[in-house]
Design a protein around this ligand. Sequence first.
Ligand code: PEP
Ligand code: MN
Length: 663
Amino acid sequence: MIVVLSKDISSHDKEMLCIYLRDRGFNIREQNFGEDAILGASGKGVVDIRELGLLPGVERVAATSKPYELASRETKTEDTIVTVGQVKIGGSRISVIAGPCAVESREQIMETAARVRESGAVMLRGGAYKPRTSPYAFQGLGMQGLEYMKAAGEANNMPIVTEVVSPELAVQMKDLTDMFQIGARNMQNFELLKKVGSLGKPVLLKRGPSATIEEWLLSAEYLLASGTRDVVLCERGIRTCETYTRNTLDISAIPVVKGLSHLPVIVDPSHAVGIRAKVSPAALAAVAAGADGLTVEVHPRPDEALSDGPQSLYPEQFEKLMRDIEALAPVVGKELLRIPRYSMPGYAAPAGSGSLLRVTDSAPAEAAMDLPAAYCGENGAYTEQALNRIFGEDAPRLQVDSFRGIFDAVLGGSASAGVVPVENSLTGSIHENYDLFLRYPDIAIVGELKLRVVHCLIAHERADIDSLRIVRSHPQGFAQCREFLEKYPEWVQEPCTTTATAVVSIAREGAIRVAAIASEAAAKAHGLKVLREGIETNPLNYTRFVIISRRCGGRNGDGCADRCGDTAPVPPSLGSGQPNKASLVFSVPDEPGSLFACLKIMSERGLNLSKLESRPIQGKPWEYLFYVDVSIPQAGELFDKVLDELKGKTVDFYHLGSYRAML
Ligand code: PEP
Ligand code: MN
């Protein structure tokens, strides 16, 4: 039983409360949990919960039906997000930890760290103390190994996680590791759990090979009850009758545990299957089942590995897996977490976001950290969801009332970046927003995000589908749910500025004959009910958002890198690694072969065209602008040359930006 204390409880009331509970047979432990100060009461005591709830200084009493209380979703309904350095685990992100089974040498861990970082891993794993089944097998390099690992983490801007095998070592390792791992074999080593929990650092708790879900959660309870708030659960396969694989990955444990507990759940497919070729499919299955992340063994030369070589991925296989995860994540409403590879001087992530934004030398880092990202729409708008994915749920934000307002906020300096929808996979380009780029030449695209759109029919708590008369949404919302709406020809369709505006109007009016088409998040944000979920005609419904930022003062030469020239955007930039995509808009002379001449340049320079669209030029009947997206195999000077060549063949030419593409 958990007694949540009111914020202003006096020490006298607290003392009386403890006496009250002890007299009734409870053991009491006081601690902080999230924002709350709580008393954990365990033991065989009996108490009248209503009477307890009325005592002075008691905010509420949570009597869970589960033996684990701090870990239970009944005690805390919202997802816990665990922070390790700049990495967050939980919520809408997929965080991937990678590295070798064991640290074998300084060179090996340095090389592996750099390779997995290059592919997008955000944390480094590796054992310095290895609890091996055989006493004759490699036992790890101990403290020396941990020193190597710390250096490799620092060199690659990755927090590290490593296994701790005894309470004494936990104390010695505390300042060298960012997160402790409790290995499967030690899941029920209660003295170890109590010691590690008391140190207050984040902990990755692996499931024991023969542990039930309840036993696993009770081990998490030990950690939480001992003082840490940051526990990540890791499913790593259990022992079953099957012997083909090393263990059996308990995929169903992922949704089960996510229902029972608020703690993030990640999966270790390497120890689960033990066979290199089966690791990636199992990893993708885990993501599809709702895992918040993965921990994957990778070795540059698995044949030479001192432990678990047969299950370690080659770096190239890991790179492929990361790309597959990136493509799969939006299907389950998540985003692969990416973190900038290097923290460059003058570059900083916005406060608390763990995000990808960098700021220019020309803007002081501290100022940029305080500047919000601008978006248009009410709470729960798809654009807000995109913003959360890009910058983090707690990133500062500026709500404006039109898409143009986003451009104004970024240009005027009241926002460091903006999030703008430009294209939907079913209904095509959002021309209104593309046109804004031509009117704001000092704004550039610095990144993109593809968000899966799941539309819901949303209405007042008391509404039912048969009595609806009006449906409100953004026109794209109607277009994307055409087949569903055809079943209700009597409904009057009322267009709104955004899908979330439609939800807000219903919440404000309290109307019960009106419904909105919008996201589940919007329904939640405004206290409305979801009548139907997933009503979009085609489930492969994605909206592409671009992240915009102000170009540097390069147009006038102030504070600008030499290469910036007239059109090249400078950071903020998104994603790790070099830009690999560019968006261009141009018109061509009215003569035979003029568009062909441009396409020929792209073809000869190896630029893969991913989008080509023509749009009428406002005020010039029968003249067109071409909107082009290309992949750029090599950014930098080579691509600048291509831009110059293209400029020579075009009339108007706009380089909207070069950025890191999502798949
Ligand atoms: C490990 O992750 O290195 C490990 C030994 O895993 P487990 O404890 O799950 O066997
Ligand atoms: Mn291993």
